[in-house]
Design a protein around this ligand. Structure first.
Ligand code: HEM
Length: 233
């Protein structure tokens, strides 16, 4: 490579390095996203889950029974591989994410003009689109009695009947949630540990129904007041 070409190469590299550098604002934005996407979503899911279990003692008992029979006989701990296979635990978490999806809509920008089948609707390139996760999850056509907490919707054969793209707690496509597996594990593990020792109950201050608060794009409760009782093992 001649001197002139080398100079161009160096210049190009320098430009690339400068372009790849994050600004202070970008670093702050990413750090904020880590907390919002990585922490708040799982924490609110666990809150809603505790609420639904307190409101439905029969479901709570069924889940407790599944968890305790699968604890390791010697250590009393929950094995990771087992945890991921417990069907009722999975159904309860899925139903919580349907009813109280932390992400209530999914924003996209249309990259190329797109005709929606034969509806006559043409979405122009550059158009902002919001996919309404909350509305899809509460549509009676896809989920009969949508405001009823019913984990059986996600059990066995019923789970296979869920229509594609009507269940989107983690989004869909190439930009879906990168933390999905981690958060499901975190939620299940956290819940199994708590449920081993405690029972959730309602109390006079428990909100019925729960009130949501507006928090950026995350669906969170206004407040969550529940009772908790120690189990006699
Ligand atoms: C219950 C827990 C969680 C829920 C419901 C959730 C939901 C979502 C949703 C709906 C999206 C947008 C997907 C789309 O537009 O298609 C998303 C994106 C994202 N999530 Fe999560 N999330 C959860 C936990 C986590 C955790 C634990 C992490 C990190 C450890 C995480 C990191 C991210 C990141 C980085 C993105 C952006 C991905 C991209 O733009 O390519 N999330 N999440």
């Amino acid at each position: 490579m001649g001197e002139e070409e080398l100079a161009i190469e160096r210049k190009t590299l320098k430009i690339k390095v400068t372009e790849n550098k994050l600004t202070e604002n970008e670093i702050l934005a990413k750090a904020f996203m880590f907390f919002l996407a990585g922490y708040e979503t799982s924490a609110t899911t666990l809150s809603f889950l505790s609420y639904e279990l307190a409101m439905a003692p029969d479901i709570q008992q069924r889940l407790y029974d599944e968890i305790v029979v699968n604890l390791d006989e010697n250590t009393g701990e929950m094995d990771y591989d087992k945890l991921a296979t417990l069907p009722y635990l999975d159904a309860v978490v899925s139903e919580t994410l349907r009813m109280h999806s932390p992400a209530q809509s999914m924003p996209r920008v249309c990259s190329v003009e797109y005709a929606l089948g034969n509806t006559g609707v043409v979405i122009p390139a550059g158009q902002n689109i919001d996919i309404p996760i909350y509305a899809l999850h509460h549509c009676a056509e896809f989920y009969p009695e949508p405001f009823k907490f019913d984990p059986d919707r996600f059990l066995g054969e019923n789970k296979r009947k869920v229509k594609p793209y009507t269940y989107l707690p983690f989004g869909a496509g190439p930009r879906n949630c990168i933390g999905m597996r981690f958060s499901l594990l975190e939620i299940k593990l956290g819940l199994a540990h708590i449920m081993k020792h405690y029972r959730f109950t309602t109390c006079p201050l428990t909100d019925r129904p729960i009130q949501y608060k507006r928090m950026l794009r995350i669906g969170a409760p206004q407040r969550m007041i529940l009772g908790i009782e120690k189990r006699n093992l």
